[in-house]
Design a protein around this ligand. Structure first.
Ligand SMILES: *[C@@H]1O[C@H](CO)[C@@H](O)[C@H](O)[C@H]1NC(C)=O
Ligand SMILES: *[C@@H]1O[C@H](CO)[C@@H](O)[C@H](O)[C@H]1NC(C)=O
Ligand SMILES: *[C@@H]1O[C@H](CO)[C@@H](O)[C@H](O)[C@H]1NC(C)=O
Ligand SMILES: *[C@@H]1O[C@H](CO)[C@@H](O)[C@H](O)[C@H]1NC(C)=O
Ligand SMILES: *[C@@H]1O[C@H](CO)[C@@H](O)[C@H](O)[C@H]1NC(C)=O
Ligand SMILES: *[C@@H]1O[C@H](CO)[C@@H](O)[C@H](O)[C@H]1NC(C)=O
Ligand SMILES: *[C@@H]1O[C@H](CO)[C@@H](O)[C@H](O)[C@H]1NC(C)=O
Ligand SMILES: *[C@@H]1O[C@H](CO)[C@@H](O)[C@H](O)[C@H]1NC(C)=O
Length: 829
């Protein structure tokens, strides 16, 4: 059984409380399409082509009522849509059919229609369950337009690609409403939908009163959920057009199973299915703190969970009812200290940073106006209280002419809000608030991307020619014959010599696995790193070609980019983009530099490595095991974004991701090597997961597995981390130089993930796809890690030459004995 089995059971059981289908579902399947001649009886299922979703009759828990629903075809199945929410069938012989004119109807045991989709007037209708969970009615041979679709009538769940919001032409308002209870899908009190007033925003209502303002769209996110930016697997969109206003999200890969749900206790949850552990992991759960609940601090009050008390008045305002305010009854809010001096035009603005903008339902928006004009417009209008950009790129203008409510301050994210004050209330130096800090944010990110195109000197040659120049195909095993159509710029040796100042010692960056690395400059602008393979190292040629063929095909922001190669006059060189911040180990294990890696940076580095590795394992055109993941192979660009480098040992794999490949030659770096690889030479994607786990623990602790331990206690980082974790002292692992910048929950979460990755059995370790999901979910219940394997952490040369009788060398001795017994087709696990 999977190692997650035990831990997964609890959440699965909890979930099943709400979603398991208690009644029989017969295996008789009628495909994904319903026609007028073929109704769907209770017990039958429609199954979407990719087998992601099924549609049929089900019963929620603790009831025998039958409903027609759509569910994710996972175990336990999770219902995402219900047709007859308010009209259950009490017997198990209802049926769903489509009439000759295209109306879906559900009939009960007495053949009475209890639900219908409204008529569509089609001539030749069919209903089809699509692989995105949408159930559509359409003309049989017209693939594009749907006469009716279930996604226009969401239940309690928004799936990727579904719209939340309005079709202004037809008046259709798509909102998401909780179930009444786990056994009753009828609409409950909680609804999430789009409020069109003023600047459109998403609201969670309880009945008719606002509970949580998810907030307006700022061009990138909904302002009420600033931390969604961490979750790189989601793509969010908010469309405001003349005929439509809606919110929609998607995932970066269709392989993620996810849903956004309003649960019946009134929380909006964003959940992602962890396939390894068979449970839903919560990425987001809102409202999450008291400041999220609408207008806790009254008009002109500011809510900040980091403050005590959490409410304060805006600058220039004071409590309207001081006594109540002191008693922490903040409902009356605040009032202005000094009246605005409107006509003389002397009012100014104070800028607040990191704000969730006040309720925009009574604001006025002009999407074209710039910020300066916005300010002037506000000054001209005596009732204007504040202004802000509508978009974080600095365009658009929101003006509030009524009282400001539901303001909160975040420690991260949010926007700038400019509040109008009489000159007497403007603090020193705060008057002129047309700062445009936001404008700069987006500029930098565009620059780094132009490298490839700008290499003017590249000579693109056809594969035929290159084959002659680079005699690799016959020498490589099958794994590398994949190299069919790679095309890589070939650099002229003279160019490289000029760029690196004839490989001068000043340009030397260091020695890599199989050669020396030099810094160089192409033309005026582009900095490069050149890896020059040692001529003496015969063994390196394989690795060189391996790296060329592999990395030429890979493109990901977290993989170092190969710009080209040079194979002239016995020279073999690889040309990379230059990484000004060198490698991670240079920062991490250096006391002085480690302080530069604050928590946010480490968070980004861990996440970036995970994304890069996931790409290698699953999303690239080839599936690749890196085999030598370690801190010195993580390079950092100028913004400290991590890039995985050094593919000299990487291997392509096919088929089952968990398949163990076997190698005679154990290469790699002890300390990062999984036990099965170090001991049996068996490697799989899970060996990379192991190395990743070691890296995570190193990044959090600032300690190197091996070096910082072996001399002290015969204990390594894994043993140390495991010890602290089991004692409940996990946070002691955290690098002292992080001081207060850490988020304790995130740190503990990461330590746990690190420990999950270094579990002894490869089967127990999560796949990288799960790791990426787990990294993103702050409050998900993760399975508990098992005891990792503490095997010796010497360098490989030490181990090979060691003849001493220490415990570890004894163990290595037995390792080599075992290895000889292992058959060539793998390892029994
Ligand atoms: C439905 O089932 C009930 C018993 O569960 C039976 O009495 C009834 O006749 C059935 N109706 C139809 C239309 O089959
Ligand atoms: C469609 O057919 C149903 C009965 O099958 C009928 O009640 C309804 O009026 C028809 N609608 C249209 C638009 O023809
Ligand atoms: C969502 O993303 C997938 C790829 O990840 C794409 O195929 C699909 O068309 C997208 N859906 C929408 C509605 O944009
Ligand atoms: C949700 O949508 C339904 C159907 O369009 C509508 O009747 C209801 O008023 C909406 N609720 C809210 C709170 O917008
Ligand atoms: C800013 O965002 C708005 C809306 O998202 C967009 O229309 C506009 O083109 C953007 N402007 C710039 C300069 O990126
Ligand atoms: C609803 O969401 C909240 C917050 O995540 C959670 O504590 C609660 O258990 C959820 N309820 C159900 C029924 O899932
Ligand atoms: C405008 O300013 C003048 C002098 O600065 C002052 O006397 C007058 O009262 C001000 N007007 C208003 C409406 O505050
Ligand atoms: C001030 O702005 C509001 C909202 O845009 C508008 O209704 C009002 O007419 C304006 N007042 C003046 C004097 O321009």
């Amino acid at each position: 059984m999977e190692l997650f089995g035990k831990m997964g059971r609890l959440p699965a059981a909890l979930l099943s409380l709400f979603f398991i289908l208690t009644s029989r579902i017969s295996p008789s399947i009628v495909g994904d399409t319903l026609t007028p001649t073929q109704p769907l009886a209770d017990g039958q299922e429609l199954i979407s082509t990719g087998k992601r979703f099924a549609l049929g009759f089900f019963s929620p828990i603790k009831t025998n009522n039958r409903y027609v629903g759509i569910w994710y075809k996972i175990s336990p199945p999770t219902v995402v849509w219900v047709a007859n929410r308010q009209h259950p069938i009490s017997k198990c012989n209802g049926s769903l059919s489509i009439t000759a004119n295209g109306t879906l109807i559900i009939t009960d045991q007495n053949s009475k229609t209890i639900w219908s989709s409204g008529s569509s007037g089609l001539a030749n209708p069919v209903a089809q369950l699509l692989d995105d969970g949408n159930f559509i009615v359409k003309e049989a041979n017209a693939p594009v337009s749907f006469a009716w679709q279930s996604s226009d009538y969401p239940s309690d769940t928004l799936l990727p690609g579904m719209k939340l919001g309005w079709n202004l032409k037809s008046g259709l308002n798509r909102n998401v409403t909780s179930w009444t209870s786990p056994s009753d899908p009828a609409p409950g009190p909680y609804t999430m939908g789009v409020d069109l007033h003023g600047n459109p925003q998403i609201i969670l209502w309880e009945g008719s009163s606002q509970l949580w303002r998810v907030g307006p769209w700022n061009g990138k996110i909904l302002t009420g959920i600033p931390d969604i930016l961490h979750y790189k697997i989601f793509i969010l969109d908010f469309v405001i057009k003349n005929d439509e206003v809606f919110y929609m999200y998607n995932t970066t890969s269709t392989s993620f199973i996810t849903r956004l749900t309003v649960n019946y206790t009134g929380f909006v949850q964003r959940l992602v299915w962890l396939d390894d552990s068979k449970m839903w992991s919560s990425y987001m759960s809102e409202p999450k703190d008291q400041c999220d609940y609408v207008s806790q601090c009254g008009a002109y009050g500011v809510c900040n969970t980091n403050d005590s008390p959490m409410c304060s008045c805006l600058q220039g305002f004071k409590p309207r009812s001081p006594t109540n305010w002191d008693l922490r009854d903040w409902r009356d809010g605040c009032k202005r200290m000094t009246k605005l001096d409107c006509r003389n035009g002397t009012d100014g603005f104070v800028m607040m940073k990191n704000v969730k903008l006040p309720d925009t339902s009574r604001s006025t928006v002009d999407r074209r106006m710039g910020l300066n004009e916005c300010r002037a417009t506000c000054l001209r209008n005596c009732s204007c209280m504040a202004y802000a950009s509508a978009d974080i790129n600095g365009t658009g203008c929101i003006i509030w002419t009524t009282e400001l409510t539901d303001i909160r301050v975040y420690s991260f994210g949010g926007q700038d809000l400019n509040v109008r004050l009489a000159v007497a209330d403007l603090g020193p130096g705060l008057h002129h608030s047309h700062s445009h800090t936001m404008v700069g944010i987006l500029v930098g990110s565009v620059l780094g991307i132009l490298l490839f195109a700008s290499v003017g000197i590249c000579v693109w040659i056809q594969r035929r020619r290159r084959r002659g120049a680079i005699p690799f195909a016959s020498r490589r095993n099958n794994e590398c014959k994949e190299g069919k159509d790679w095309e890589l710029p070939l650099f002229d040796l003279g160019t490289i010599i000029a760029a690196t100042n004839n490989f001068s010692i000043e340009n030397k960056l260091g020695r890599g696995g199989f050669g020396t690395v030099y810094k160089g400059k192409l033309g005026e602008e582009q900095e490069i790193a050149v890896k020059r393979l040692s001529k003496t190292s015969a063994q390196g040629t394989d690795e060189f070609m391996n790296e060329v063929t592999l990395i030429a095909k890979l493109q990901h922001r977290n993989l170092v980019r190969l710009l080209g190669c040079c194979t002239q006059e016995e020279e073999k060189m690889l040309v990379y983009e230059y990484m000004p911040n060198k490698s991670l180990d240079a920062f991490l294990f250096d006391k002085d530099k480690a302080v530069l890696l604050d928590w946010q940076t480490r968070y980004n580095i861990i996440e970036g490595i995970a994304q890069g590795l996931l790409y290698l394992h699953r999303d690239s055109r080839l599936r690749i095991i890196h085999r030598d993941l370690k801190a010195s192979n993580i390079l950092l660009d100028k913004d400290m974004n991590p890039k995985i480098s050094d593919f000299g040992l990487a291997r392509i794999f096919r088929g089952d991701e968990t398949m163990l490949l076997n190698t005679q030659r154990v290469v790699g770096t002890y300390g990062y090597m999984s036990p099965e690889y170090a001991m049996y030479g068996a490697f799989s994607v899970k060996s990379d997961v192991f190395s990743f786990g070691v890296l995570v623990l190193e990044i959090i602790s600032g300690k190197k597995n091996g070096r910082d331990f072996i001399s002290e206690h015969e204990e390594n980082l894994l043993a140390h981390a495991w010890g602290l974790w089991t004692e409940g002292n996990g946070l002691e692992l955290v690098d002292e130089s992080l001081n207060n910048s850490i988020s304790m929950t995130e740190a503990l979460n990461f330590i746990k993930i690190g420990l999950l990755c270094v579990q002894e059995s490869p089967k127990d370790r999560p796949k990288m796809s799960s790791v990426v999901l787990m990294l993103g979910s702050k409050n998900a219940s993760l399975p508990d890690p098992k005891h990792p394997k503490f095997f010796p952490t010497r360098t490989s040369s030490e181990i090979k030459s060691s003849k001493s009788k220490t415990d570890s060398s004894y163990r290595m001795h037995s390792i080599s004995r075992i290895r000889r017994r292992v058959s060539s087709d793998g390892v029994n696990s």
